[in-house]
Design a protein around this ligand. Structure first.
Ligand code: DX5
Ligand code: ZN
Length: 220
């Protein structure tokens, strides 16, 4: 199933409540929340206390993307704050198996992400434990960067492996996803589409979300 997950990195945080409400009205399935620690990536965003406040503003699925060095340490905080899907990077310092188990035991959906330079095969040993894999289509850290089309073979390889093993796993792409690039993502096998600037920067976010969904739906 196609899911559109607007990245709130591009929203107006001074009007968070309105922005989230509007995303729901515009047809968003999830809200993508980027957590950066200024260490794993060269940017700092927000932590669990803010996610807890966000939870009061929205009942959409919270898709929390942890770009932090030690995700395992902070999983309980994000669970308590109201996360639904929790993604961390395979390149982080936390033990992958233990962190996936902790997320699952907490009742959230565990997901693993790969940066552009990491071969997607590195997630294959963990496929039995994840509900989603995020293939980054930009270097993590900032919104508004250009889409890396050369990540599509990674999405294709991953989709082929998931199908071969008869698993039911979402593939998410994040970074530079727009009306211009979404088709290549879906064609390669991605069904969860994160879009920051393409949604929040659009004149009509509702049209942007339905446009993304319609273009992706051609392949699912
Ligand atoms: C980048 C973040 C993305 C970012 C995407 O590190 O993980 O979620 O907000 O923004 P756009 O869609 O503008 O590239
Ligand atoms: Zn993200």
């Amino acid at each position: 199933m196609i899911k559109i997950s607007p990245s709130i990195l591009s929203c107006d945080y001074s009007r968070m409540g309105e922005e989230f409400e509007n995303m729901k009205k515009c047809g968003a399935d999830w809200l993508h929340i980027d957590v950066m620690d200024g260490h794993f990536v060269p940017n700092i965003t927000l932590g669990a206390p803010i996610v807890k406040c966000m939870r009061k503003c929205s009942d959409l699925i919270f898709d929390v993307h942890l770009m932090i060095s030690d995700p395992k340490k902070y999983i309980p905080d994000f669970v308590k704050a109201g996360a639904d899907v929790i993604t961390f990077h395979i390149e982080s310092d936390s033990p992958v198996d233990e962190t996936l188990d902790l997320i699952k035991e907490s009742g959230c959906v565990p997901a693993l992400s790969v940066k552009p330079g990491t071969p997607v095969e590195e997630v294959f040993p963990y496929l039995d434990k994840v509900g989603m894999v995020l293939v980054m289509t930009v270097e993590p850290g900032f919104g508004g960067q250009s889409f890396m089309a050369d990540m599509m073979p990674k999405v294709e390889k991953l989709r082929a492996e998931i199908t071969k093993r008869g698993l039911d796993i979402d593939i998410q792409v994040d970074g530079g996803v727009s009306l211009k690039t979404v088709e290549q993502c879906a064609k390669a096998g991605a069904n969860v589409l994160v879009a920051g600037s393409a949604v929040f920067g659009a004149d009509d976010p509702k049209e942007a979300i339905s446009g993304l969904r319609a273009l992706a739906a051609k392949y699912f």
